[in-house]
Design a protein around this ligand. Structure first.
Ligand code: PMP
Ligand code: GLU
Length: 398
């Protein structure tokens, strides 16, 4: 007899984390695997943030924090929203969570009833589809094509909205494509949303600081729809703090209270030491922090390097993205081809497995992000490793 709930049976393991696990296992066996599967900065957390955490331990910030986060931390998020996005929110509208992942979960469980529709532009980050399943919502996918630089059009959104639509998942800069919507494009999306006052939007802005030559704008900037936007953000990507586990939601007071209620029953909020570290991080804007300015500049150079190298591989179609640290080439031209060792590549999963075995390069297949024609490269590693990875891939595909 299988004791597991249907809920967990229908849930898919996070493909990004699964590929990373596989890559770590092979590395432990002594193989020289180049891991381009995990989406996290390879940089260390800035020194002043680490110092704040050490001090927090010595100062005994070791008790249960308030469920939605310390008051001064939520005040700092409120100041950040004013400083970086010119948005006015009170600390009470902010709920600090165990990573942006929990912030997303809180919002999903707070808003979506069984059977309600959640519009998800594809490609999407792997956890969106699974969180919708957990909330028993119905995902409605709309395809953002490579030809349109992986961005949906306002018309596509308009056509997908029904009276059952509860929520739209919107992610810019995007994981896995790196696409960034311009202010003009966002304005067009906002106009569609204006016409449908029953629709809420999760604006996942976790890669906000990682853009190259194009500014990030928040959908919440458009005042006519601001009360229906829930911003998700955190310190994982922009401050190189993935392991600390701190994200937050920004919403109407009503939704913030609901998230607080859920979080109070599940985790009681995130780690007290992490919160003191995040406070130090958030009080410094992206440009006041030389370590982070240089991180983004290095990502830009790597994007240029990897982008031009991938374009040279026969069968790869590449959009050079404007943000995050991913490139998502279309490799569907390779399907049906026989490799030198006799392996036939039928789909994106098989290509990823083939490249892991033959080239020892770990990537994530596009299917997990809702686009089976593509594969994801995370370029959060050194130039040398990126060049070596492409060299090995070329050889394996020759
Ligand atoms: N949203 C997106 C688009 C992401 O890529 C990630 C990656 N981790 C998250 C949310 C979750 O971030 P966190 O590490 O803060 O949970
Ligand atoms: N978001 C990152 C990624 O896409 C981290 C892994 C995860 O949480 O899924 O690889």
């Amino acid at each position: 007899m299988n004791p597991l709930s249907d809920r967990v049976k229908y849930l898919t393991e996070s493909a990004t984390l699964a590929m990373t696990r596989l890559s770590r296992e092979l590395t432990a066996q002594g193989l020289d695997v180049i891991n381009l599967s995990i989406g996290e900065p390879d940089f260390d957390t800035p020194t002043f943030v680490k110092e704040a955490a050490k001090k927090a331990i010595d100062d005994n910030w070791t008790h249960y924090p308030p469920v939605p986060g310390y008051a001064d931390l939520r005040e700092a998020v409120s100041l950040k929203l004013k400083r970086d996005n010119n948005l006015d929110y009170t600390p009470e509208q902010i709920v600090v969570s165990t990573g942006a992942k929990q912030a997303l979960t809180n919002v999903m469980l707070s808003l979506v009833n069984p059977g309600e529709e959640v519009i998800v532009p594809t490609p999407f980050w792997v956890s969106y589809s699974e969180l919708i399943k957990l909330a028993e919502g119905k995902a409605v996918y709309i395809n953002a094509s490579l030809e349109n630089r992986f961005k949906i059009t306002p018309q596509q959104l308009e056509e997908a909205i029904t009276e059952k639509t509860k929520l739209v998942m919107f992610n810019s800069p995007n994981n896995p494509t790196g696409s960034v919507y311009s202010r003009e494009e966002l304005e067009e999306i906002a106009k569609v949303l204006e016409r449908h006052p029953h629709v809420y939007v999760i604006a996942d802005e976790i890669y906000e600081y990682i853009t190259f030559g194009i500014a990030h704008y928040s959908l919440a900037t458009f005042s006519s729809i601001k009360d229906r936007i829930i911003i998700i953000n955190g310190v994982s990507k922009g401050y190189a703090m993935t392991g600390w586990r701190l994200g937050y939601s920004v919403s109407s007071l009503e939704i913030a209270k609901a998230c607080n209620k859920i979080q109070g029953q599940i985790t009681s909020g995130t780690c007290s030491i992490t919160q003191r570290a995040a406070l130090a991080a958030l009080l410094k804007g992206p440009n006041e922090n030389p370590e982070l300015v240089s991180m983004v500049e290095i990502f830009r150079k790597r994007r240029d390097l990897l982008g031009s190298l991938l374009k040279e591989i026969p069968g790869f179609k590449v959009d050079i993205p404007d943000g995050a640290f991913y490139i998502f080439p279309d490799i569907s031209e390779l399907f049906g081809k026989t490799m030198a060792n006799g392996t036939v590549i039928n789909n994106d999963d098989e290509l990823c497995m083939y490249l892991l075995k033959e080239a020892q390069v770990a990537l994530v297949s596009g299917s997990s992000f809702g686009n089976p024609k593509c594969i994801r490269f995370s370029y959060a590693t050194s130039d040398e490793r990126l060049m070596e990875a492409v060299k090995r891939i070329k050889k394996a595909l020759a």
